[in-house]
Design a protein around this ligand. Structure first.
Ligand code: SAH
Ligand code: SF4
Ligand code: F3S
Length: 442
C-alpha cells in the first residue's frame, strides 16, 4: 500500500470533521500519505453533507472535478462518505458511475475494509450501523478534541434531512466515552467537545443502566487533565436544570451554550415541529442566565420557512433582541428531499424576500454580537492557543472559554493556556495581549 496518496475534502458539520480526522488516522495507518491537491491523489475522498441545497451544489462541483482527474489518470479511486452518500445510497453509483465506494456517516471502518479488499475495482456501498470507535487515531496531536457521544436523531424537525441520513439516536456506552476522554488527554487534549445532534438526550437509550447527559458531563469533568468541556448541540426541549447546574458546578464546563432557536414565531416553530414555543425558549434562556449570568449564548436561525409572514419574521427579530445572542448562524430555508416540509406548497417564501429577511436578521445579530463582545474589553480572559492568526502572522489565535476567537500579541505555543487582556472587540472576534502564560504545554 506504501506510496499511495489521498486527498480528502470535508463538507458539513463537526461530526463530519470528526469523521474526517478518523479517516486521516485510518489512511495514515494504511500507509497513505496526504496529497497536496485532489488532482495529484491516488484516492480522492469527499466527506459529504446534504443539510442545504448549497451543500449539494458545492459537492456537485467537486464530484465533476474528481471525474476529470480520474479520466486523466485511470487508476484513481473515488470515495464519497457522509450524509449525502447516505441519503442517495445506491443511486450514487447510478448517477455518478465513476464513484468506487460510498459509505454512510460514522462508517469510516468500512472504507478501510473496502481499501483492503482484493478487488478494489468493484463498487461498494455501506449502510449505516452506528459509530465505529476503534480506529487508529491520527498521529497529529491537538489540544482541542472532539468526541461523538451519540449518532442519529430522534427529533422530527420538518425541514431536516438528518434523521434520514443518520438514523435514530444511539448513545455510545458511558464507560467507552470516559475511556476515550482519558485517551484523548493522554494524547495532549485539554479541551473536549462532545458531539451529537441532540446531546442532552444522551443516555436514555442505554441499557441496562440509563444515563443522563449531566452525568456524562460530570464523569468527563472528573477525568484528570480535562481543562475545558464543551458540547453541541443541545435541543431546547431537553435543556434542563441539571445541565445548567453542570455549568455552575463543574469547573471544566465552559461558559457557552449553543441553543438552536430556528424561529421566534410559535406558529412557525410548530410547523417546524420543534416541540417548544417562543415562551418556552425564552424561559430556558432566562433559567440559563439566572444560573450563569455571564454565559455566552449562540444559536441557529432559519428564515423563509414556508408560511413565514412578515409578522412571524418580526417575532424572530424581537426574540433575537430579547435573548441577546453572542452569535447566530443564520440560514435561508432550503427544501430537502424526503422531509415533511418539502411537501408544503402554501406560503412558500420567494427567494428575494428570504434574502431580504436574512439581510435584516444578520444586521441585527451583528449589532447584538458586537455589544455582547464589548463586555470583554478590559477583562483578562483565559485563552487556549491554537496557532498563528489567520489574518495577521504577527499575532496568535486562540479561543476563550466563552468560545470567542481571540487574536493577540505575545509569545505562546499551540496548546498552552494563557491569560490575555482584551483591548478591543468586533462582532466576531476579540483582540488583546498576553499578560500571563498560565499553564505550560502538556
Ligand atoms: N441537531 C442540531 C443541528 C442540525 S443542522 C439542532 O437541532 O440544532 C444545523 C442547522 O442547520 C440547524 O440548526 C438549522 O438551523 C439548519 N438547517 C437544518 N436543515 C435546514 C434546512 N432544510 N434549511 C435551512 N437550514 C437548515
Ligand atoms: Fe435535524 Fe431537528 Fe434532529 Fe437537529 S434536532 S438534527 S434540526 S431533526
Ligand atoms: Fe450535514 Fe450530515 Fe452534518 S447533513 S450538517 S454532515 S449531520
Amino acid at each position: 500500500m506504501a506510496g499511495l496518496s489521498y486527498h480528502l475534502t470535508t463538507f458539513g458539520c463537526q461530526m463530519n470533521e470528526h469523521d474526517s480526522e478518523r479517516i486521516d488516522g485510518l489512511l495514515e495507518s494504511l500507509g497513505y500519505s496526504q496529497a497536496a491537491a485532489p488532482s495529484e491523489a491516488d484516492l480522492i475522498l469527499l466527506n459529504t453533507c446534504s443539510i442545504r441545497e448549497s451543500a449539494d451544489r458545492r459537492l456537485a462541483t467537486q464530484l465533476g472535478n474528481a471525474k476529470r482527474f480520474k479520466a486523466a489518470r485511470p487508476g484513481v479511486v473515488i470515495g464519497v462518505g457522509g450524509c449525502w452518500a447516505q441519503s442517495l445510497k445506491d443511486e450514487v453509483f447510478e448517477r455518478y458511475p465513476f464513484v468506487d465506494v460510498a459509505f454512510g456517516p460514522g462508517q469510516v471502518d468500512r472504507l478501510g475494509e473496502f481499501l483492503l479488499a482484493d478487488s478494489i475495482g468493484a463498487q461498494g456501498y455501506f449502510e449505516f450501523g452506528g459509530f465505529t470507535a476503534d480506529l487508529p487515531m491520527r498521529a497529529q496531536q491537538r489540544a482541542q478534541a472532539w468526541m461523538q457521544i451519540s449518532v442519529g436523531c430522534n427529533q422530527k424537525c420538518s425541514y431536516c434531512i438528518v434523521p434520514s441520513t443518520r438514523g435514530l439516536e444511539v448513545s455510545r456506552p458511558f464507560s467507552d466515552l470516559v475511556a476515550e476522554a482519558e485517551h484523548l488527554v493522554d494524547r495532549g487534549a485539554r479541551e473536549i467537545t462532545l458531539l451529537g445532534q441532540n446531546v442532552n438526550s444522551y443516555g436514555r437509550d442505554l441499557r441496562p443502566e440509563r444515563r443522563s447527559f449531566s452525568e456524562l458531563l460530570a464523569a468527563i469533568d472528573g477525568v484528570e487533565g480535562v481543562d475545558r468541556l464543551r458540547y453541541t448541540s443541545p435541543h431546547p426541549q431537553d435543556m434542563r436544570a441539571d445541565v445548567v447546574a453542570a455549568h455552575v458546578e463543574l469547573e471544566s464546563v465552559c461558559e457557552h451554550i449553543h441553543l438552536p432557536l430556528q424561529s421566534g414565531s410559535s406558529k412557525i416553530l410548530k410547523a417546524m415541529r420543534r416541540t417548544y414555543d417562543r415562551d418556552r425558549y425564552l424561559s430556558r434562556v432566562a433559567m440559563i442566565r439566572e444560573a450563569i449570568p455571564d454565559i455566552s449564548l449562540t444559536t441557529d436561525i432559519i428564515v423563509g420557512f414556508p408560511g413565514e409572514t412578515e409578522a412571524d419574521f418580526e417575532q424572530t427579530l424581537s426574540l433575537v433582541e430579547e435573548a441577546q445572542f453572542d452569535a447566530a448562524y443564520t440560514f435561508i430555508y432550503s427544501s430537502r428531499r424526503d422531509t415533511e416540509a418539502a411537501l408544503i406548497t402554501d406560503g412558500v417564501v420567494p427567494a428575494e424576500q428570504a434574502s431580504e429577511r436574512i439581510g435584516r436578521l444578520i444586521e441585527l445579530v451583528q449589532r447584538g454580537a458586537l455589544k455582547r463582545a464589548e463586555r470583554f474589553v478590559g477583562r483578562s480572559v483565559e485563552v487556549l492557543v491554537e496557532g498563528p492568526s489567520r489574518t495577521d502572522p504577527e499575532r496568535i489565535r486562540g479561543r476563550t472559554r466563552h468560545n470567542k476567537a481571540v487574536n493577540f500579541v505575545g509569545i505562546a505555543e499551540p496548546g498552552e493556556l494563557v491569560t490575555v487582556e482584551i483591548e478591543s472587540a468586533t462582532s466576531t472576534s476579540l483582540s488583546g495581549r498576553v499578560t500571563l502564560v498560565s499553564s505550560a504545554l502538556r
